[in-house]
Write a protein that binds this ligand. Structure first.
Ligand SMILES: [Fe+2]
Length: 295
């Protein structure tokens, strides 16, 4: 009966039989809502960790008519995000990295997108942005960054500004503290927030250089990010351990730094004693001029 198990060891066979029997019995006994409880990322109740399935996967669009891709640059562990209107093909790129410009442009070309804006969430210290070089390779492309960043760009943004692409848009929330010019970009339906280095998954950007101020960062996160809907997905600029996405509710509950009081947070941030980013001396000057410095 279980001839298909023959290559397996006896313990493996027993486990496989148990699982097979469990699946058969549970599948026939459970109702449709019960079965959904066992689907990865599906609704299991009410609470900040309860994320409807179609919002859970970082590589899928969460909004009708929105094309979304999360891409990774391994040297600086930076995420670049591509968002586009599936109908008009107008697209926005968030935090593109110089080393991955060819990959990003290839994808944009393959998908037939019209890249209109390349935006940096802040003036990065750990990598050089590709926005300047990209402007040379994409006709009509505009670069954008916060007006408080001190960096040059075609568009200078501040609180409440909108970056439109087709019927979609991102709204700017100023979230200084890691740098003066840090922004969080929130999708029009508030299902996605691109937090840059202001809020990372179970962490946050450091505050010991580039106008860093722990008090400002704490207030930014609590007032501008933690006030978003608890199911809103958090897409940070970096992750160093392979995590790709979080939610506002999750970070409000589990972020080891930002669940603390302001006083405790300041103390933590002032005692991180981190080494200087390897590329800071070339990245910051380059990023102040759209990434073209010494390219
Ligand atoms: Fe940063």
């Amino acid at each position: 009966m279980f001839a298909f198990l023959s290559p397996l060891k006896p313990t493996q066979q027993a486990l496989a039989v148990t699982l097979r029997l469990w699946r058969v019995t549970e599948a026939t006994r459970l109702t449709a809502p019960d079965l959904r409880r066992f689907s990865f990322g599906s609704r299991v109740g009410v609470g900040p960790l309860d994320v409807p399935s179609r919002r859970f996967c970082s590589r899928r669009a969460t909004t009708d008519g929105l094309l979304f891709r999360q891409m990774f640059e391994s040297e600086s562990s930076t995420y670049t995000y591509l968002l586009a209107d599936a109908e008009t093909k107008d697209a926005v790129l968030i935090d593109p990295v110089l080393e991955t410009i060819d990959r990003d442009l290839k994808l944009i070309n393959e998908l037939g997108l019209n890249l209109t804006v390349a935006v940096n969430t802040h003036c990065h210290a750990d990598h050089i942005t590709s926005t300047g070089l990209m402007k040379k390779r994409v006709v009509g492309l505009k670069s954008a960054i916060s007006k408080f960043s001190g960096a040059s760009a075609d568009i200078h943004l501040s609180e409440g500004d909108k970056i439109s692409f087709g019927k979609h848009y991102l709204t700017v929330r100023d979230t200084p503290g890691h740098t003066d010019g840090c922004m969080t970009l929130v999708s029009n339906d508030q299902r996605m927030a691109f937090t840059g280095d202001a809020l990372l998954i179970r962490g946050c950007g450091r505050t010991d250089f580039q106008q860093g101020c722990p008090k400002r960062l704490y207030e930014s996160v609590h007032q501008k990010i933690f006030t978003l809907p608890e199911h809103c997905l958090i897409y940070p600029a970096h992750d160093y351990t392979g995590r790709m996405v979080s939610t506002v509710g999750e970070e409000r509950m589990f972020n080891p730094r930002l669940t603390k009081s302001l006083e405790e947070f300041v103390k933590i941030m002032n005692n991180l004693n981190l080494p200087k980013p390897a590329k800071i001396d070339i990245s910051v000057p380059a990023n102040l001029v759209c990434g073209l410095h010494e390219v």
